[in-house]
Design a protein around this ligand. Structure first.
Ligand SMILES: Nc1ncnc2c1ncn2[C@@H]1O[C@H](COP(=O)(O)OP(=O)(O)O)[C@@H](O)[C@H]1O
Ligand SMILES: [Mg+2]
Length: 260
């Protein structure tokens, strides 16, 4: 039997116990599977990486998942916005559902009235993470959830690059990746009220100087803009169906911090 989550994620497998949820996820053969365990929406992540290139790049999947579990625990202990661990084993992890991702919201409900609140919440949550000396490492819009029940943004997918003792380069990298991920979904110049919500909330709550340092870093990479022109042309011409327009996002990201 399947059951739809309150957002546009795939249908969840319904189970009663953690063991049954893990077994069902293994059966589904996916790395990440939505489940409902005794009525509670959750996600099972299995250490499964079929692509050799990613195994070579990132290392063995079970080790990565155990590191992610430890990172979730450490960040939760610091009071940061991460999902609750419902259960974890040697090669599996079950986390509580923390709502739709910002990427899903932008794609499915671009006019949703709570989107500005979700982006502001993401800015505050990232600032809080940085104030605690931690960095997410890759806060793509697919890895930031809008937890409507609690009115907060929540970070998931704390893989390899997450850090409990990050420095300025980790903080600025988080900002650049978030802004880049936004533009790869909305590759348009001009005012971006959602990013403004994010940026204002971040600057109000973050340690001073990080936003400005991200701007300096973006300016140092300016040369990438013209260099990526052929790639942008290729993306427009041959990949119009792609959901994330990453080459188009490069110059927009590099310019974004100019006015902030
Ligand atoms: N706790 C959670 N709450 C809400 N959505 C989740 C959660 N965990 C995973 N997801 C969904 O599953 C997707 C993939 O999970 P993620 O941990 O990011 O794995 P991957 O390493 O494959 O990117 C996320 O982008 C999100 O849509
Ligand atoms: Mg992810």
């Amino acid at each position: 039997m399947t059951h739809a989550l309150p957002h546009s994620e795939p249908c969840a497998l319904v189970t009663e116990t953690l063991a049954a949820a893990v077994a069902a996820a293994r059966e589904a053969g996916q790395r990440v599977t939505p489940v409902t365990i005794a009525g509670r929406p959750a996600w099972v992540k299995i250490a499964l990486e079929k692509r050799l290139i990613l195994r070579l790049q990132k290392g063995p999947a079970p080790r990565l998942l155990r590191e992610e579990t430890a990172m979730l625990r450490a960040m939760a202990a610091r009071g940061l916005a991460v999902p609750e661990i419902i259960g974890a084993g040697d090669d599996w992890l079950i986390t509580s559902d923390t709502g739709p991702t910002l990427a899903a919201l932008l794609a499915d409900r671009p006019e949703a009235p709570d989107l500005p609140r979700a982006f502001a919440a993401a800015g505050r949550a990232l600032a809080r993470m940085h104030r605690a000396g931690c960095a997410h490492g890759r806060p793509h819009l697919r890895d930031v959830c809008w937890d409507t029940a609690q009115g907060r943004a929540c970070f998931i997918d704390l893989e390899r690059a997450a850090s409990l003792s990050a420095g300025m380069s980790g903080f600025t990298r988080d900002l650049l990746i978030f802004v880049f991920a936004y533009y790869s979904v909305r590759p348009q110049p001009g005012p971006q009220p959602l990013l403004d919500e994010f940026g204002e909330a971040y600057r109000q709550a973050a340690p001073a100087g990080i936003w400005g340092a991200a701007g300096l870093r973006a300016r140092r990479w300016r040369w990438l803009g013209p260099l990526s022109r052929p790639l942008r042309w290729h993306e427009r011409r041959f990949k119009p169906h792609r959901r994330f327009k990453e080459y188009a996002a490069i110059p927009l990201t590099l310019r974004h911090f100019d006015d902030g």
